[in-house]
Design a protein around this ligand. Sequence first.
Ligand code: PMP
Length: 364
Amino acid sequence: MSATSSTVTPDQLFRREVLDLMAYSVPDSFGMAKLDAMENPYLLPQSLREEIAHIVAEASINRYPDADAGRLKESIRAVTDLDQDMGILLGNGSDEIIQLLALAVAKPGATLLSVEPSFVMYRMIAAFTGLRYVGVPLTDDFTLDLSAVLTAMRQHQPALIFLSYPNNPSGNLFDAEAISRIIESAPGLVVVDEAYHAFADASFMPMLSRYPNLLVMRTFSKLGMAGLRLGFIAGSKAWLGQLEKLRLPYNVNMLTQYVAQKLLQHHDVLLRQAEQIKHDRAWLYDRLVGLADVRPYASDANFILFRVMHADQVFKGLKDRGVLIKNLSNSHPLLLDCLRVTVGTQQENEMFIRALQESIHQFV
Ligand code: PMP
């Protein structure tokens, strides 16, 4: 060590909010049926994979990507029923867009409000961008408690509200009327996060022109492009123009731009996969309903939340049998004994049901 090197430690230098955070954990899934992360389980048809190989081979990766990603935005418009007056901003996954929004509103004392349980990054990003965070509990069966949300809004005057629609991890769509009431009463922006839109038959996208304080966010992660990292938010250009200033240059890399553009030309392939997933979700739900001591919650997403006795041990039993799902039991009081399974291929779903039955039978 040189005489001038400092002995400063992270504890001394970093903000309390950062030191107190638990990193977003991603478990090792090597060799497992991976049903923990809401991915689309299907690969692309071989012909499309070959087209992508060609596109990647021809890409000038010695150059920076198109900074505005204009052609990709046009491709997104082509598959999204979006008014021409509305703008689009792209993110390196929609996580990045949540962070941009939080950074933009992070005045001293500003508040981000969401419901709980919901997507954990709302709370985490609020913490590390210095926002106050308010999480209004859902009801016992994960519906929106409108009067509690309205009361919390009056009390905390949130600059930013996030509503996951359908909600992760419960899988349900909140009442659309209630969401409209929240948008109408909000003192700031309301972001309807439609990450699971491909598996639901509802959207707030058509409401953008009615509500100037509404933004609608989506991701391509669940539709078969998780590895590309691409999300977008749509809304009035007045908001998005300001947010553009916070977007780091070239946040969406060249290969993502090219490949996503190609895949959006074949949107029908992705939508057919989503249809298959919806079909298999119904199969999985019926099997779960049929199991004694298992209570699944109806889902409009590509995963199903269910409650089971001894959730920690059942989770481990599944893991020992080569099936990785998500254990939410210790993450929120309303999720006690809850596990979440992503809809996989038919073979994976059958394997999961078998492993679940065996894991539960350990206890009887
Ligand atoms: N919103 C919700 C509700 C999610 O569940 C997720 C992913 N789990 C995201 C946003 C982030 O997705 P991505 O960053 O992959 O676009």
